[in-house]
Design a protein. Structure first.
Length: 504
């Protein structure tokens, strides 16, 4: 049975032969005039016209003086009809192949063909080829759609193969692009300004997460990869921006799950002179707009959940739902009572457990069965160190979180702009961090200084591409084009590149 190395060796032989004949197997230029999908869709108008197409060979058949090649580009595929009497002779200077050179082509190669648009005797829309050029000689065979490419490890490691064979995977990332495009369009239409803020930070904050650490040689100092866009964007509000946002990657040094990746794309916006009620109303509109533009619907079947994003959102009070489900008083319970509730619900109790983290675990256990859309409001102050408290109730904050299909798909609140209050909350968080909670927030004095110069009242919001993953109905690793994996090289690769030193 032929191995990958055998196939590669045969293609290397063909590559050498092309070079011997004077061809450049990897020219820089192409002269495409039409997409294959446009030719098929617009055949009635295009019949009889001359077109040049370019793409990857997915099938080759030869019958005496006739040959048929199916070529694919991003828009679709079309058949090339080659008759020995019509195809131009070989011309090495222009990389034009003759009919006798067809045996040097393989599936996976990229070619360019010029000819007349018509139908074959069998009724197949075709390009009746006059000129055929080689654009790229491939050295490895691409699995066919009929063979399938289903091994999860292989698919993740060679996503470029996965997207070629499983075109639905490639289409997923077209939708992912539409999701972020629609996000930007919605905000831009409301006069928000996109400002890219740094990824490297002296002090990182804006979320409960363990950061990645790196070193900058130029300054000889350690930096953190940001875990959130929040604090730099709020500095911009202090700088005079009134509507600002950023879309980009953030990094959290935590484990993989179906909803979390250590690196992922997120968006945050901040809106001066608005409060959490203004933000909540805008986000209901934004979810509908972005999801409709991305998926073309607002009705979703997501695992065990049927979600209708066009309906009115429910509003849940944090303390009330915790009391109803666990008989725990969020504000007056002891750590021991919280630990017992965790044990009763078969949830993990860590050595460094604290009330805030424990109560949050109870909420997340409850949340997993909520179809939504639901707004969770009035979060306890000790869980939300960056949000403003409710008037007349300093135990809760003006925070709004969407719960959809068992997940929290965003986070927003009226931003805390009292520098003394913020300093006290930072110090409380730093104390938790000093006591072993690596996800607690760091004390950021520079941010406190900004608040002392003055920041207007503002509402802030953030969501990540987890929103896309949930509505796309895929786990996190399937929802990104190139998920991180442990570095490894298979034995075939090691044998093919025997003169390369592989160091893990």
């Amino acid at each position: 049975m032929a191995t990958l190395k055998d196939f590669r060796d045969e293609r290397l032989r063909k590559l050498d032969r092309l070079k011997e004949l004077g061809f450049n197997p990897y020219p820089a230029e192409s002269h495409r005039t039409h997409m294959t999908g446009d030719i098929v869709a617009g055949f009635e108008k295009l019949q009889g016209e001359t077109a040049t197409v370019a793409g990857r060979i997915v099938a080759i058949r030869k019958f005496g003086k006739l040959a048929f090649i199916v070529v694919k580009d991003v828009s679709g595929q079309v058949q090339l009809y080659l008759n020995e009497a019509d195809v131009a002779e070989r011309e090495e200077a222009t990389n034009r192949l003759g009919i006798a050179d067809l045996p040097l082509l393989d599936t996976g190669d990229f070619i360019e063909a010029t000819g007349t648009i018509d139908k074959s005797q069998s009724g197949e829309i075709s390009i009746f080829v006059k000129d055929l050029r080689i654009l790229t000689k491939s050295l490895r065979p691409m699995p066919s759609a009929t063979e399938g490419f289903t091994n999860k490890e292989e698919r993740m490691r060679r996503r470029y193969v996965d997207m070629n064979v499983n075109t639905d995977v490639r289409e997923r990332f077209v939708r992912r692009s539409k999701f972020w495009q629609a996000t930007r369009e919605f905000l831009n239409a409301r006069d928000f300004v996109e400002v890219n803020v740094p990824v490297l930070e002296h002090t990182t904050g804006g979320a409960d997460a363990n950061p990645f650490v790196t070193h900058m040689d130029a300054l000889d100092q350690d930096f953190y990869l940001r875990i959130s866009h929040e604090l730099p964007l709020k500095r911009l509000i202090g700088a005079g921006f009134e509507k600002v946002y950023d879309v980009g990657p953030r990094f959290r040094n935590e484990n993989y799950s179906d909803e979390h990746l250590p690196e992922h794309v997120a968006m945050e916006w901040y809106w001066a002179y608005a409060n959490w009620q203004d933000g909540r109303q805008m986000m209901e509109e934004m979810y509908k707009d972005v999801l409709q533009k991305t998926f073309g619907t607002l009705q979703f079947s997501l695992g065990k959940f049927e979600v209708d994003m066009s309906k009115e959102w429910e509003i849940w009070d944090y303390a009330t739902v915790i009391k109803e489900h666990y008989n725990i008083d969020v504000f007056n319970s002891t750590l021991d009572e919280v630990k017992q509730a965790l044990l009763d619900n078969k949830l993990e109790v860590e050595k460094t457990e604290n009330r805030a983290r424990g109560i949050d675990k109870l909420w997340k256990n409850l949340r997993k069965n909520v179809a939504g859309p639901v707004w969770l409001v009035n979060t306890p102050t000790f869980i939300s160190p960056l949000a403003k408290t409710n008037p007349g109730d300093d135990q809760t904050v003006q925070r709004f979180q969407p719960v959809i299909a068992g997940s929290e798909l965003g986070n927003g609140f009226s931003e805390l702009n009292d520098p003394l209050d913020q300093l006290a909350r930072f110090q409380e968080q730093q104390g938790m961090r000093d006591n072993g909670d690596e996800e607690a927030m760091m004390l950021d004095i520079d941010y406190i200084e900004m608040l002392e110069y003055g920041m207007p009242p503002a509402c802030g919001w953030g969501y990540s591409e987890r929103v896309f993953w949930i509505f796309e109905g895929v786990p996190a690793r399937e929802g990104v084009p190139f998920p991180q994996l442990r570095l490894d090289y298979d034995e075939t690769t090691r044998s093919i590149y025997s003169d390369v030193t592989f160091e893990l």
